[in-house]
Ligand binder design. Structure first.
Ligand SMILES: C[S@@+](CC[C@H](N)C(=O)[O-])C[C@H]1O[C@@H](n2cnc3c(N)ncnc32)[C@H](O)[C@@H]1O
Length: 297
């Protein structure tokens, strides 16, 4: 792949940082890989990936993004299947610290944005404690990526004046929406990590004040050629999800803005009458777009 030019910031920090330093210590690039489509990577992410000596990545980083890393660069998979969960985070921190101490440039690639439900803060604290230098590259988080590709504007002057990103998981991995006020008028809710609990989530949202007619969409494998969107209401969505083989990862979007998808679903080609939009991979390989619309409320 053609090398991207190095853009210097006003302090010239890029030259100093990316060129290594006199102490022989390496550094860590905490890079957001976005939700799947490699074209959503920032230029900075691509450049740092091309400079890295080793890439440490999660399960949610798409194959298409990993394909941008040169074949001779070491890749270390640290997804859940790679480690026993209890020790996983400590082990990841140790790997990054060890590699940086060997003088390597370590790209720590995380799905979406590292600072949105990505434990990016925890990893940087460990690096800071160990005296390792780091940089952070933001990524397109699943909420904005999936919403854009599903044709659901998260805010809209007539339907939603605010948006809230919520995790459906606590530290122990259990569903807990706590005592949050989730019935705020004109607010879109985006629930991460809730796919396995759609049933409970929809009941919980109603218990917390949302009407059963509130539109909801589940976006599965958003921004990829396998994207699927299931629509319903808080009352109907659980049975619609149960009827379908949905896969993962998936994200729930709750709010009146979901209705706009009927006209705006550009990626699947159902909103405006356009043909499905090919992803970069499909365009390059000539594979037909496989984006599916599953259900319309
Ligand atoms: C541990 S969180 C990581 C979020 C990530 N840091 C971000 O900013 O998107 C994982 C959750 O993100 C959501 N997610 C990530 N990628 C997705 C995708 N391509 N389609 C749908 N949901 C996705 C799912 O809710 C998944 O359970």
């Amino acid at each position: 792949m053609k090398e991207l030019p190095v853009y210097l910031n006003r302090t010239g920090r890029d030259v100093l940082v990316d060129g290594g330093d006199a102490t022989g210590l390496g550094e860590v690039y905490l890079v957001g890989a976005g939700p799947g489509d490699p074209e959503l990577l920032t230029l900075r992410a691509v450049r740092l990936l091309q400079q890295a000596d080793v890439v440490v990545h999660d399960r949610l980083v798409s194959r298409a993004v990993l394909d941008l890393v040169s074949e001779d660069v070491e890749r270390i998979f640290v997804g859940k299947q790679g480690f026993r969960d209890g020790h996983r985070q400590r082990r990841i921190n140790d790997i990054m610290i060890e590699k940086a101490r060997q003088g390597m440039r370590v790209a720590r690639l995380k799905g979406g944005d590292p600072f949105v439900f990505g434990r990016g803060g925890e990893e940087l604290e460990a690096l800071a404690n160990a005296g390792i230098r780091f940089q952070v590259v933001p990524g397109v988080t699943a909420a904005t990526g999936c919403a854009a590709y599903a044709g659901i504007p998260l805010t809209h002057r007539e339907h939603a004046q605010s948006v809230r990103f919520i995790t459906a998981h606590t530290r122990r991995g259990r569903l807990d929406l706590g005592r949050q006020r989730l019935d705020v008028a004109g607010e879109t809710l985006v629930l991460y990590m809730g796919l396995t609990h759609v049933d409970q989530l929809c009941s919980e949202l109603q218990r917390l004040g949302q009407p059963e007619t509130r539109p909801v969409a589940v976006v599965v494998q958003g921004t990829t050629g396998h994207q699927r969107v299931i629509e319903g209401t808080l009352a109907t969505l659980p049975s619609r999800v149960a009827e379908t083989t949905v896969g993962s990862p998936g994200l729930l979007i709750v709010g009146e803005v979901v209705r706009l998808r009927r006209r705006l679903a550009w990626f699947e080609g159902t909103g405006t009458g356009n043909a499905p939009f090919p992803t970069l991979v499909q365009a390059l390989t000539g594979t037909p777009a496989g984006n599916k619309r599953v259900e319309v409320a």
